[in-house]
Design a protein around this ligand. Structure first.
Ligand code: B16
Ligand code: MG
Length: 217
């Protein structure tokens, strides 16, 4: 393979599959049961951020003990894992399999870097584990996105430099993290969310690797 880029790092939720509705339903159920204010508008701020940070956003400054925080996170995660039991290979986002195939055909090394501690469960439900050299998840590093740590950790696993990696992300925090890691960032979603990426496409099925590799944005 010629060219400067050798690796592609994919976010999971919002790029390869759409588990965000399951996250939302699970937070909503927990919040309703606990008498916490929550709705789809607040949920927009949770995209791509860690479970703990998500709860902090929902609590909106309300101070809870560590034990209570853990109880609420566990409750939400229990509901979320119920949804995951119904996932299978049909839950790939339109265009995701084609993008992965194209990247493999072009000789790229592939990785997943997700904030989720459930990423491996999702990947095995989708039956895509063998397509990736390495999987980084919510257990891999201390500092979650928007810190660059997860992407830097993943590049190291791929044995590539930051400059050799392209990142696909649907979250504002994820593009912040990719930019901070000095990688080429590709945003999936609207301008007001991922407009700070080096390239942007509305949907995964719109992504054209040729455009990215030719540097035409
Ligand atoms: P968990 P990604 C993220 O996945 C989700 O977008 C975000 O909504 C969720 O809070 C986060 O994972 C943590 O998930 O509670 O399963 O550890 O987009 O980074 O693949
Ligand atoms: Mg995401």
């Amino acid at each position: 393979m010629s060219g400067e880029y050798k690796g592609i790092i994919f976010d999971l939720d919002g790029v390869i599959t759409e588990t965000s509705e399951y996250h939302y339903q699970s937070w909503q159920r927990m919040a309703d049961e606990e008498g916490l204010e929550f709705n789809r508008e607040i949920n927009e701020n949770l995209r791509g951020v860690s479970r703990r940070r998500s709860l902090e956003i929902i609590l909106n400054g309300k101070d809870l003990s560590e034990e209570e925080m853990k109880r609420l996170m566990d409750k939400k995660n229990g509901y979320y894992q119920e949804y995951l039991k119904d996932m299978d290979e049909n839950d790939m986002l339109p265009g995701a399999q084609e993008l992965i195939n194209d990247a493999l055909d072009k000789g790229f090394k592939l990785a997943i870097a997700s904030s989720s501690k459930n990423a491996k469960t999702v990947i095995s439900a989708l039956k895509i584990r063998d397509l990736f050299e390495t999987i980084s998840d919510g257990h891999s590093v201390e500092n979650p996105k928007p810190a660059p740590d997860l992407f830097l950790f993943t590049a190291e696993k791929l044995r590539l430099s930051s400059e050799q990696c392209i990142v696909f992300e649907d979250a504002e925090a994820g593009i912040d993290a990719a930019n901070a890691a000095n990688m080429l960032s590709v945003g999936i979603g609207p301008e007001d969310r991922v407009g700070h990426a080096d390239f942007r496409f509305d949907k995964v099925k719109d992504v054209d690797l040729e455009i990215i590799l030719k540097g035409e944005n």
